[in-house]
Design a protein around this ligand. Sequence first.
Ligand SMILES: Cc1cc2nc3c(=O)[nH]c(=O)nc-3n(C[C@H](O)[C@H](O)[C@H](O)COP(=O)(O)OP(=O)(O)OC[C@H]3O[C@@H](n4cnc5c(N)ncnc54)[C@H](O)[C@@H]3O)c2cc1C
Length: 439
Amino acid sequence: MTKICSLPADDQSCGWYHLSKGRQVKPSHQGHTSARWVIVGAGFTGLAAARQLAMHFPDEPILLIEAQEVGFGSSGRNAGFAIDLPHDIGAEDYIGDIATARTTLKLNLSGQSYLKELVERFNIDCQMKHCGKYQAAVETRGIAVLDAYRSGLDKLGQPYEMIEGDDLPGHIGTHFYRKALFTPGTSLIQPSALVKGLADSLPDNVTLYENTPITEVEYGARTVLKHANGSITADKLILTNNAFGMSFGFLKGRMLPVFTYASLTRPMTAQEQAALGGKPYWGLIPADPFGTTVRRTVDNRLLIRNSFSFNPTGRSDQKYLQRFVSRHRASFERRFPMLPDMAFEYTWGGALALSRNHEGYFGELSPNVYGALCCNGLGVTRGTATGKLMADWLAGERDELIDFVLRSPGPSANPPAPLVSLGVNANLMWGQYRAGRES
Ligand SMILES: Cc1cc2nc3c(=O)[nH]c(=O)nc-3n(C[C@H](O)[C@H](O)[C@H](O)COP(=O)(O)OP(=O)(O)OC[C@H]3O[C@@H](n4cnc5c(N)ncnc54)[C@H](O)[C@@H]3O)c2cc1C
């Protein structure tokens, strides 16, 4: 028997969750049920796996179990970039091995185009915009990153536009940045609205149980999942619960639950929009990975995302929210001095599952237990793609993308505790300090 020692507990203040339409939350599971297919974790990965399994096995029930509400976990609280391009931070030109980069691009595009198709088919109101993204720099180090990535994109044959500082206000209003690399392939979304819409359009043979945290697991020929009000027996269990996969006994000491934080302002008035200028909506990621992500949303709010904390239990911790909101304010003021009175309406945090070698996990964890885990901060497209591929693979399919994700060595081992905490915390502090004005 494996006791699940850590259950998800996200904070209550995610702007995307509160600003997206309310929905009828599905009842929690009660009693005892058996099913051939059971999936734990209803984020982008689990939702895609459930939908695609239902397509392969239309006569079989598929159970999708979620500890919280759909749209409340990390999939509903991210910055909303559905990114197409590979970005290998270990490679000099951020592209690295060209064959790997081409397949990664295909993988990301498969997740992105699946999301687009579903948004259109089910008319999901999630502010999806295919408007590309800016990657922008203010420090000299950041500018060198953009120049290197440009040569990587040339190698990969992908389009981009390099925009100099003087021209940037025409795009994003602010004069803050010295240079930006615009790539047209990213889509922006309101993430909580999207995952809520995906959950409410699942095929009929998928039953979603929300507010059903699994607290114990018994592995064997069939897996028994226990919770406060009953149990579920699975012929085949699929874990799509990101770093919480470690609580289920897998990839222990290989994933790092790192939290990052975001704030969202109230909507700008017409006067404030005029003072800002630039395009009506856009998304910008920092050249320095420890820098600040910024968005102007379709409903004219501004989003700031930066700061990290290592939360080994994978649960939120209020002290970081209080600490980082002032950092968000300082980042906002540096970028938007023309908007002096813009209060933040929401500040929240959410978990990333990172690995030291930036690899995710895809495959069989033990007999009849499978996992698509560790999205390394790219779960919108990557989680969607791997969830769907998991279902295809379990239905007996093989193709280039399945072979690619199966070939991954998976997340590498972390140093033992307490070294891992010391190492990650030191790394996060140093990275955030080094980001300088880009933070
Ligand atoms: C502030 C922020 C900004 C980000 N920005 C981006 C971005 O712009 N683009 C991008 O691609 N990614 C981004 N990410 C990362 C992205 O959110 C994740 O990679 C993505 O959510 C992973 O999806 P997933 O479905 O694999 O896992 P999750 O979304 O974490 O879903 C797993 C689910 O499993 C459930 N669960 C866990 N344990 C149990 C249990 N015992 N019983 C039942 N259910 C359980 C959890 O409640 C959770 O809902 C960001 C993350 C944050 C926090």
